[in-house]
Design a protein around this ligand. Structure first.
Ligand SMILES: Nc1ncnc2c1ncn2[C@@H]1O[C@H](COP(=O)(O)OP(=O)(O)OP(=O)(O)O)[C@@H](O)[C@H]1O
Ligand SMILES: CC(C)(CO)[C@@H](O)C(=O)[O-]
Ligand code: BAL
Length: 292
């Protein structure tokens, strides 16, 4: 697998592949690769003839300079991890390739980007939408693969691809978890050993709340219970814990509409996110039963 660093090299490659009639898949990442990323690479390799993995720690999507400075940068081991997976290219542009002097354009998606992480990380999704639009165009991809761990990001990217008439199909892939249920994330590397033991409570708490809601508990009661469980475990700073319509994240859902619970909470100075679907089956069935 070759590493390339410039748009010019990338274009020469993709034009060559196009002449051979090959399809192209892209997996955008910020590196520090784990099994979640590798599952996207596997999906891309199964679906397209040529696969490009991109590695760019995009400064425009960080709303805290400290978070940007601390973001893990592990290009060498990332390339080693990718080697057995069959990706063709690791594309590692630098800041000057992506944002040359005079760069003045922002891609901003409204609606779906405004709640949840959009509300708590101002400017974050403008940074994501701008860099993803550029990566999809630079790689000339037929399909692009994103994880459901970042579910709101996936919906923002779907919207942007549709609204800008990009030819790339956006493919969502399931969240890959550690054995104890913690969603894999590059930022998990920053958890202390003690915090790492506590972190699986996020997924456990979401699952419990999802079951309670699907069995008919009032949404507010279930979410309040989840909030106090997280707080007791040491995740007292909660950016959001909400049930929202899926895929239309702009609406807070009601008991007769299934949705998804989203959380962002801080543990040990690290912001962790997760989400889980709520199948409001029993509640729905009850609502649909004819009144006696
Ligand atoms: N556990 C996971 N399962 C599936 N996909 C994932 C998982 N973690 C990340 N991804 C996906 O990998 C792609 C690149 O994500 P990124 O490089 O930011 O990694 P990350 O682990 O999400 O890091 P971060 O700590 O920034 O959240 C995104 O599409 C993201 O949704
Ligand atoms: C999609 C992405 C690579 C854009 O920088 C990033 O937001 C990420 O890694 O999820
Ligand atoms: N995986 C989302 C990238 C970010 O947190 O900036």
């Amino acid at each position: 697998m070759n590493i390339i660093r410039t748009k010019a090299e990338l274009r020469a490659l993709t034009e060559g592949w196009r002449r051979e009639g090959k399809t192209i898949g892209v997996v955008p990442t910020m590196g520090a690769l784990h099994a979640g990323h590798l599952s996207l690479v596997e999906a891309a390799c199964a679906a397209t003839d040529r696969v490009i993995v991109t590695l760019f720690v995009n400064p425009k999507q960080f709303n805290s300079p400290e978070d940007l400075a601390k973001y893990p940068r592990t290009e060498h081991s990332d390339a080693e991890k990718l080697a057995p997976y069959g990706a063709d290219i690791l594309y590692v542009p630098d800041g000057a390739q992506m944002y040359p002097e005079g760069f003045a354009t922002t891609v901003s998606v409204t609606g779906v980007s405004e709640a949840l992480c959009g509300a708590t990380r101002p400017g974050h999704f403008d940074g994501v939408a701008t860099v993803v639009a550029k990566l999809l165009l630079q790689t000339d991809a037929d399909q692009a693969f994103f994880g459901e761990k970042d579910y709101q990001q996936l919906q923002v990217v779907r919207r942007l691809a549709q609204d800008l008439d990009l030819k790339t199909t956006i493919v969502g892939c399931p969240t890959v978890r550690e054995d104890d249920g913690l969603a894999m994330s590059s930022r998990n590397l920053r958890l202390s050993a003690g915090a790492r033991v506590v972190a699986p409570i996020i997924r456990e708490t979401l699952s419990q709340a999802a079951i309670e809601i699907s069995e008919g508990s009032p949404i507010e009661t279930a979410l309040q219970g989840a909030r106090s469980r997280l707080t007791k475990a040491g995740l007292g700073e909660i950016d959001y814990l909400e049930l929202r319509g899926d895929p239309d994240l702009t609406v807070l859902t009601t008991a007769d509409r299934p949705g998804r619970i989203f959380v962002a909470a801080w543990l040990d100075g690290v912001r962790l996110i997760d989400n889980i679907p709520v199948h409001a089956t029993s509640q729905q069935e009850r609502l649909l039963e004819p009144a006696e």
